[in-house]
Ligand binder design. Structure first.
Ligand SMILES: [Ca+2]
Ligand SMILES: [Ca+2]
Ligand SMILES: [Ca+2]
Length: 545
């Protein structure tokens, strides 16, 4: 008798371990309440996981919170609107559906499971709880948004297609029951393909039954009335506004890695639909659709002006930034394509610019950098970052940003003048006349190359100029020799001392980059630079100090 008691106690103890030890294995399933509470309500309860009323962490893949779908918004129409057809054949309109098929709110979120898998959680509410619920949940790689002309696509005039790997979950609560049947389908065969059943997935009611905590896909509905999130504005057909009548609220999840292994597609939109039956060929009723970017990268960009290069003829900029994986899965082969909007130039390295590292786990960042040499002083520059969801795959995960680039130049020219070699007397024919010889330097005092430098002399005379082009900091010489027509000044108080005034002016000089030079103050007539001299003629020795 005593042995039997011990055996019973042992069995009870074993049962205790089997029952209450279950949470230890929850890490493997999508119905893991330490990640998300798939419990048939929206409240964030004691379990560690989030629920629909939680504040979601920043940067997780999330639809609108929630997607609102008030009647008569967006219902399926025409015979082509079936799960077995390419979305290019789907059509929608505003109209009515049976009240039990009228979706009011829907939502999806992606969260990592403890083992690194990616779980997607979904929810939908309906207007009337009288009748079976046949629900479909699509995860598309293309943007499959309802357009005003009745088609589905990323933008007006653009029709979306299925891409292999688009995921469909069929969740059916039938016969008045609370236990769903769930099937997962993967689209295969491109635009002419169809949904193919995905095998080897444990499915069922979330957190219930022998596989609780290990389900690859599950769903659950509310068996009893339950408060709706205030922000949803839920109003049932009958009952209390803000309260879900039984079987009006649905939630569930799917472990994407149990279906796709390591090659989870980069879904970009989510659609919750109601269906006329559990059949894969059922007619589709209402739907709510929203953006749901499972893979997401964010690119940043700075444009820094480095300086004037290549003898003052070009400007150098540095483009740099980061690419951050803010999505649910690792992205690969990240790179940046940079496009200076209204500037031409030479970029090093050329596009695509590598991101280091190019493989980014969720939350990780890489850096990128390039130099750009151009003549543009001001331009706006766009950076497109792109990455693949699988190594070597199509780079469909993208983000763009722009940054202003502003260079700075300082163009300047200065000129000097000296009485060198100065005045002298020359014998021209039968006359002895005064000859004035002046000279000086023209200097590029800025950081841009100057071309087309032209000088003018007053009184008018031929100017000899060493070079009409000057690099930054460079100088050249000029000289003029002329015979003045008259004495400029000198009152004779010092006998024999007279002055010949003249001016040299820079009348043209063109900077290689940046705005034209401005006239210098004090030059008359107007000039970019000027210098004057008053050269004396003296009796021998009298001009010496
Ligand atoms: Ca819940
Ligand atoms: Ca919780
Ligand atoms: Ca709708």
């Amino acid at each position: 008798m005593k042995k039997l008691n011990i055996l019973i106690l042992t069995m009870i103890a074993l049962g205790f371990v089997l029952t209450f030890g279950a949470p230890r294995s929850w890490a493997q399933g999508v119905d893991n309440p330490t990640v998300f509470e798939l419990d048939g309500n929206t409240q964030d309860n004691a379990a560690a996981g989030l629920d629909w009323e939680s504040v979601f962490p920043p940067n997780i893949p999330l639809t609108a919170n929630p997607i609102q779908d008030p009647a008569p918004l967006t219902v399926f129409t025409t015979g082509g609107s079936k799960d077995t057809n390419n979305v290019s054949q789907w059509r929608h309109k505003s109209g009515s559906v049976p009240d039990k098929d009228n979706i009011l709110q829907a939502m999806a979120a992606a969260l990592p499971l403890p083992n690194g898998d990616t779980a997607v959680y979904f929810t939908a509410s309906r207007f009337d709880n009288s009748g079976d619920a046949q629900i479909g949940l699509w995860f598309f790689q293309q943007s499959v948004a309802p357009q005003a002309n009745g088609t589905f696509g990323p933008a007006p005039g653009q029709v979306a297609n299925h891409v292999d790997g688009d995921l469909l979950l069929l969740v059916n609560f039938e016969g008045g029951g609370l236990v769903p049947t769930i099937q997962a389908y993967k689209w295969q065969g491109g635009v002419n393909g169809g949904p193919v059943l995905a095998g080897n997935i444990l499915t069922g009611e979330c957190g219930v039954g022998p596989n609780a905590g290990n389900l690859g896909a599950c769903a659950i509905t509310n068996a009893a009335a339950s408060n709706a999130p205030v922000s949803w504005g839920f109003v049932p057909k009958s009952g209390t506004p803000g309260v879900f009548p039984p079987q009006s609220f649905f939630e569930g999840g799917v472990n994407l890695n149990t279906i796709f292994g390591g090659n989870v597609p980069c879904f970009s939109s989510f659609l919750a639909e109601t269906r006329s039956s559990s059949s894969i060929t059922a007619q589709l009723k209402d739907f709510a659709e929203g953006e749901f970017a499972l893979c997401r990268i964010d690119v940043t960009k700075n444009c820094n002006f480095v300086g004037v290069v290549n003898n003052g003829t070009q400007l150098q900029y540095t483009f740099s930034g980061t690419v951050t994986n803010n999505g649910a899965g690792t992205v690969y082969d990240a790179e940046v394509v940079d496009t200076p909007g209204n500037a031409t130039g030479t970029q090093t390295p050329p596009n695509p610019i590598p991101v280091v590292p190019s493989t980014l786990a969720p939350g990780a960042s890489g850096t990128w950098q390039a130099t750009f040499v151009t003549t543009a002083l001001s331009f706006t520059d766009e950076a497109l970052a792109r990455a693949a969801s699988a190594p070597g795959g199509a780079k469909t995960v993208t983000d763009t940003t722009t940054a202003p680039c502003q260079g700075q130049v300082n163009s300047s020219i200065i000129i000097t003048k000296e009485c060198d070699p100065g005045t002298s007397l020359v014998d021209i024919g039968n006359n002895v006349v005064v000859q004035v010889g002046v000279s000086g330097q023209v200097t590029n005092n800025g950081n841009t190359q100057l071309t087309g430098i032209t000088l003018a002399h007053d009184p008018a005379a031929t100017v000899t100029l060493g070079s009409s082009t000057l690099n930054p900091g460079a100088s050249t010489t000029w000289s003029v020799t002329y015979q003045p027509a008259a004495i400029s000044s000198g009152d004779g108080t010092v006998p024999g001392r007279y002055f010949f005034d003249d001016t040299i002016r820079v009348t043209a000089a063109t900077p290689a980059v940046g705005p034209p030079l401005s006239p210098a103050a004090g030059c008359s007539p107007a000039a970019l630079a000027c210098a004057g001299a008053s050269c004396a003629i003296c009796p021998s020795g009298s001009c010496l100090p």
